[in-house]
Design a protein around this ligand. Structure first.
Ligand code: NDP
Length: 280
């Protein structure tokens, strides 16, 4: 009798919009692995019981997305260093009957920057990080790991201050931006401003030096107004889709094994889907 296919899932609320199934199903097919990747829409009330029964319910693990990443952190029996540092788990896997947690957003953030803007980490590198939410935590942890001096700018100053204290960065309100931009080597937007359907990100890039790299973690639309403006000024730009793609391999290897690759075909497939579904 053939072995049951390995099953993993994405746990979130909502999950219908997710592009993770496109990525994992592409790799399953390409690598000839008989696996299944499902969507599980779970309310915050339903999430803990589902996670505790993950292995018993036939899953080898799964991804965790909003709003469950902190709850997953608490529910995991053990966690990797990156998730301990950021306080959030976005990958769960069952190993020897134990539920283990990891954070692959951190890896996705930095691998995308390394790939798209090689040499970005110049001597004495300084970054301005817009935002202090979940994406900002992943970005900040990796930037600090690479020895970058980070200034966090956020609408709600106490949130920025809490992050700054945790990671040895500095916190500022939005009004500090014109003063911070001239010395920035990397500008990262990790707020939801500029995302399709959200408010625009209002920012004057004029004080930014031409050599600065501009990175937007948003990937819907593929090229945000921030990236368009930066590109027009001659900056190197990095979009958010690569972060999504780079984080995905971590979970896939844990659940299904194999060596999933970020092929141009996979990227093109996601780009086409985003373009088709994003209002003009
Ligand atoms: P959070 O809700 O945790 O954080 C949102 C951030 O945006 C906060 O800093 C918040 O500021 C700021 N913000 C929201 N609205 C406004 C506003 N009107 N004016 C000023 N600041 C505002 O979200 P996440 O960190 O999880 O996600 C942020 C973005 O990153 C999303 O667009 C998400 O799609 C993207 N993302 C991309 C990933 C990828 O793989 N490419 C992975 C994860 C996220 P305040 O603290 O003041 O509320």
């Amino acid at each position: 009798m053939a072995a049951e296919p390995r099953r993993a899932c994405l746990m979130g609320h909502p999950v219908a919009h997710s592009r993770s199934p496109m990525i994992h199903n592409y790799w399953l097919k390409q690598l000839g692995i008989a696996g299944v990747y499902e969507l599980k829409d779970l309310t915050p009330e339903a999430f803990p019981a589902f996670v505790r029964g993950l292995g018993k319910n036939g899953y080898v693990g799964g991804n965790v997305t909003l709003p469950h990443k902190e709850a997953a952190f608490r529910l995991a029996n053990a966690r990797d260093a990156a998730s301990e540092a950021v306080g959030a788990v976005n990958v769960l896997w069952v190993e020897n009957g134990r539920l283990l947690g990891g954070n692959s957003d951190t890896h996705g953030f930095i691998a995308n920057l390394d790939e798209r803007a090689p040499g970005w980490n110049v001597k004495g590198c300084r970054a301005v990080l817009l935002g202090a939410g979940g994406a900002a935590r992943s970005a900040l942890y990796m930037l600090e790991q690479r020895g970058v001096e980070v200034d966090i700018v956020n609408r709600t100053l106490p949130r920025a201050q809490e992050l700054a204290a945790r990671f040895g960065a500095r916190a500022h309100g939005w009004d500090a931006l014109p003063r911070l931009l001239p010395s920035a080597d990397v500008l990262v937007n990790s707020t939801s401003l500029g995302m399709a359907g959200k408010e625009a990100l209002q920012i004057d890039l004029a004080p930014l030096k031409r050599s600065a790299v501009v990175y937007d973690v948003i990937y819907v639309p593929l090229e945000t107004a921030l990236l368009k403006a930066a590109h027009a000024r001659g900056h190197r730009t990095v979009g958010g889709l690569g972060m999504l793609l780079h984080q995905a391999g971590f979970g896939f290897r844990k659940w299904f094994g194999g060596n999933p690759q970020l092929t141009p075909e996979l990227r093109a497939m996601l780009e086409a889907d985003i373009i088709a579904k994003t209002p003009k």
